[in-house]
Write a protein that binds this ligand. Sequence first.
Ligand code: NAD
Ligand code: INS
Length: 322
Amino acid sequence: MTVRVGMIGLGAMGRSHLTRLATQVPGVEITGVSDLDPEHAARVAAEFGAVPFADPRDLIAAREVDAVLVCSSGPAHAPAVITAIERGKPVFCEKPLAPSAGDCAEIMRAEQARGERLVTVGFMRRFDAAYRHLRDTVASGEFGAPLIVHSRHHNPRVPERYTREMSITDTGIHDIDIVRWLLGEEICSARVDRPRPTRHRCTQLQDPLVLVLTSASGVWVGVEIFVNNRHSYDVGCEVVAETGTMRLGDGPQGMDHNARFGPAFVAELRQWAGSVTRGVQDGPTAWDGYAAAAVCDAGVRALADGGATVPVELMERPALYR
Ligand SMILES: NC(=O)c1ccc[n+]([C@@H]2O[C@H](COP(=O)([O-])OP(=O)(O)OC[C@H]3O[C@@H](n4cnc5c(N)ncnc54)[C@H](O)[C@@H]3O)[C@@H](O)[C@H]2O)c1
Ligand SMILES: O[C@H]1[C@H](O)[C@@H](O)[C@H](O)[C@@H](O)[C@H]1O
């Protein structure tokens, strides 16, 4: 079976995913594209042999679209994802599922009303070979229980439109998800420490910042977020356990997420295409998107309230996600 995919949002990430889908993901055909900029959409449609749609809702409803990939900017995600759910179409949504836990909860409500899981969230680190090895080692218990996690997420630069909060909601969200996944438990509280800022920061940012989290079993997690380091895309992770310390192996290095996580992006899209064919959602769920957003909400409040430890407000996990 060929999965006919419609793509919403044709910016940097949308274009990269389209190229991956067209060249590295078997069993997929790109049949529809949509963007706020209709001329750009028309050009991309011609390039990939797809139909351009001015309104994303028409793309989602189209008969030639079996499944939807949402790659627009974060605040535009929830309406598109909810429309896809209401139409009963599987939907892959780039992170963040939505910028706030409240919007993610709306998405979960729509899935529960439909009675099936249709949403997959693009937390691609879960598909990276080095992170998978680290997770297997933690889970094996060889070094006892994890006690401390150090996570490092540095970018060479971010666009001028980047806000203070986005260091957490756009960048740190990857680390938040991967720590939940590595430890197999939720995060309960967040605090933000503010190191001396770089002289090269965009003035609106606190850069770098350290997000200090506590997990349900009491693991201390420090996430170092530095979005204008000027030299490299640099991601690291170290798990200190009772009788040993486990470090993330190196992946391919480079200046951005495409270089470091290229194989992981391909793996997540292949798994998603396979899951659509099988009719079974088996990647990161709307609950994962919600739980990560809830930690971001607490982090954003902690950022505004220098030094405070803010509890993470998490609803009970609905049966659909157990
Ligand atoms: N997984 C990763 O490592 C990773 C890396 C980069 C970006 N992302 C995510 O991918 C998404 C897109 O990021 P980007 O870097 O491509 O941003 P971008 O600004 O380059 O592109 C966003 C595109 O979406 C379009 N758009 C915005 N609102 C829309 C709407 N309502 N309907 C249709 N189109 C709309 C814009 O016109 C633009 O072309 C974001 O959610 C971002 O967080 C993920
Ligand atoms: O490290 C990058 C960076 O922080 C981007 O701003 C974000 O959109 C990507 O998801 C992430 O991989």
